[in-house]
Design a protein around this ligand. Structure first.
Ligand code: ZN
Length: 134
């Protein structure tokens, strides 16, 4: 596993959060994208070498809606970059981690993604992501 690729923050309203984070970083999001399969609208900000992903639910069954209902707005996940997501899934499973989706799926920002269940990672939802080469 490599660097932190981004940190995901659950927000109630993407539009107002985008305004706030634009002020915070002094620059607007470089990407706004809907991931319909996940029930989320996302936006991505760069701050130096770091990336922040904001996530808003598009329906009540969205994992983001459930997260906000339980915990309120805030840090939702930490994403780490990997070179070979399939090999990492195999490795982490053999180490006893609970993988939420064993088949990597297409996430926002041109990535293949896998989530590890927070119950196996001290309460933190961890995302593995691999850039999809074009
Ligand atoms: Zn993410």
């Amino acid at each position: 596993m490599h660097k932190i690729e981004h940190i995901g923050i659950a927000v109630k309203n993407l539009e107002t959060a985008n305004e706030l984070y634009t002020k915070l970083f002094g620059t607007p999001p470089y990407k706004i994208e809907s991931v319909e399969s996940e029930g989320v609208n996302t936006s991505f900000f760069k701050s130096g070498p770091n990336k922040i992903e904001l996530l808003e639910a598009t329906n009540d069954n969205s994992p983001i809606a459930k997260f906000i209902e339980k915990k309120g707005e805030g840090i939702h996940h930490i994403a780490f970059a990997v070179d070979d997501i399939f090999a990492e899934v195999t490795r982490l499973k053999s180490e006893g981690f609970v993988v939420l989706n064993e088949t990597p799926k297409k996430g926002a920002d041109n990535k293949l993604i896998v989530f590890l269940h927070p119950k196996s990672t001290n309460g933190v939802l961890i995302e593995l992501c691999q850039e999809i080469s074009v």
